[in-house]
Design a protein around this ligand. Structure first.
Ligand SMILES: NC(=O)c1ccc[n+]([C@@H]2O[C@H](COP(=O)([O-])OP(=O)(O)OC[C@H]3O[C@@H](n4cnc5c(N)ncnc54)[C@H](O)[C@@H]3O)[C@@H](O)[C@H]2O)c1
Length: 393
């Protein structure tokens, strides 16, 4: 793959490190940066042969087949439309749009141009996520009834994130997009997200946008995808997921407490991990950040998809659905009501079974609960199918 990368900031650096790691054959041939100076510095550091401060020149660069968008949220639409005009495959970071309307415009543009629009939702490619998803899809934990995805940290690293207009919101759009995408995968992408109830507030920072929020996304099969986001969590970056199924449970911790603990006096401090707040005392480093955050698997899937003219696992359509969910979350935070998820172009199923959880105990009763108590007594609680009475066996 010959790639153009747009952006020289935080995520472009992570992407570039992932792309150049482990003898990968893909090359970045051109980088766009807002200033020539920054673009040159980035190009020099990563041996990129061409740099420019003209976005359109980078997108149209003849020696690049595909474009990676690592720009601030307010620039995604313009960058994607430029790629569509050049008919270059485009891989865009999260969130796809600042809202569903922007995301839908991008989705339609790539489909009209006949190019692949890959949604760079890295947290749906972490090794732990991929294994969890495979376990769920194999039926190992039964029917998923509730998922919980949490991303909290002390707040983002650049000014534009804190500007509600430029970012499209606060912690919900910035972090909730990951959570919504994760839960949607676990519950099933085919299942329609129906409505959202959300609390959001600005608790700590002097900004217009929300810095804390919790939301419940209800799906057509009754499942709930809960998200928890914060820009004021102290102690690093907390990335955790939970899945509750009728036959099992999954808990993952992606960043803090990954099984790697280190103590340092901090006297000769060094980088620990993204958003780590301290470099002394007991620390929680991450072994291979780029890999553990999913970038390696993500780019492999994206490039294989381009090579084989198939869709990647995370597409612009997925980015659009996530934006639609978050739009409903913002409406709900204002109205304090459940708000419908408005999807103009639903491509999943509308035939879903709501799970009732009825397990036969015998021909006249359903089983409610079986438990062995500390006394050794076994309790069996059942419900009479005809009278509805709840009885102990
Ligand atoms: N895990 C992830 O997937 C992840 C993590 C961090 C950021 N991101 C996303 O990556 C994107 C960039 O975030 P970042 O953390 O790299 O931010 P950053 O501030 O470090 O970098 C932003 C880049 O956009 C450029 N830029 C900003 N305003 C511009 C403008 N008006 N015109 C042209 N270029 C402009 C900057 O020069 C810089 O190169 C955002 O959409 C963010 O949500 C994704």
């Amino acid at each position: 793959m010959k790639l153009a990368i747009l952006g020289t900031g935080f995520i472009s650096r992570f992407y570039t490190e992932a792309l150049l790691a482990h003898r990968r054959k893909d090359t970045i041939t051109v980088v766009f940066g807002r200033s020539n100076e920054k673009a040159k510095r980035f190009a020099d550091e990563f041996n990129i042969p061409h740099y420019t401060s003209d976005l359109y020149e980078a997108v149209g660069y003849p020696d690049a087949d595909s474009v990676i968008v690592g720009l601030s949220n307010d620039m995604h639409l313009e960058a994607v439309l430029a790629c569509a005009a050049e008919r270059k495959h485009v891989l865009c970071t999260k969130p796809l749009g600042r809202n569903a309307s922007e995301a839908l415009t991008m989705l339609r543009a790539v489909e009209k141009a006949g190019i692949i629009g890959g949604y760079l939702e890295d947290l749906c490619y972490t090794p732990k996520f991929l294994k969890s998803l495979a376990s769920i899809q194999s039926g190992a934990i039964g029917d998923v009834i509730w998922t919980k995805s949490r991303e909290t940290h002390p707040g983002p690293h650049s000014d534009w994130f804190w500007n509600k207009e430029r970012a499209g919101g606060g912690a919900i759009i910035d972090l909730g997009c990951h959570c919504a995408a994760i839960s949607r995968n676990f519950i099933g992408k085919d299942i329609r997200p129906v409505e959202v109830m959300c609390w959001a507030d600005t608790r700590v920072h002097p900004i217009d946008a929300e810095d804390n929020a919790i939301g419940l996304v209800k799906y057509a099969n009754g499942a709930i995808g809960q998200f928890e986001v914060s820009w004021s969590f102290r102690g690093g970056m907390d990335l955790r997921d939970e899945v509750m199924g009728t036959e099992g449970t999954i808990w993952t911790n992606n960043f803090l407490r990954t099984g790697f603990e280190m103590f340092s006096t901090g006297n000769r401090g060094a980088y620990v991990a993204e958003k780590a707040e301290s470099s002394h005392g007991w620390l929680f480093p991450v072994g291979d950040e780029v890999h553990e955050l999913g970038y390696s698997h993500m780019f492999t899937d994206m490039f294989d998809a381009i090579d084989k003219s198939r869709q990647p696992k995370e597409t612009f359509y997925d980015g659009y659905i996530v934006n639609a969910i978050l739009d409903a979350a913002y409406r709900s935070a204002k109205t304090r009501q459940w708000e419908a998820v408005v999807i103009e172009d639903w491509r999943g199923t509308d035939e879903v079974k709501i799970r009732h959880g009825l397990v036969d105990y015998d021909k006249d009763h359903y089983l409610i609960k079986e438990e062995v108590l500390p006394s050794g007594e076994k309790k069996i609680i059942v419900k009479n199918k005809i009278t509805g009475s709840i009885e102990k066996r």
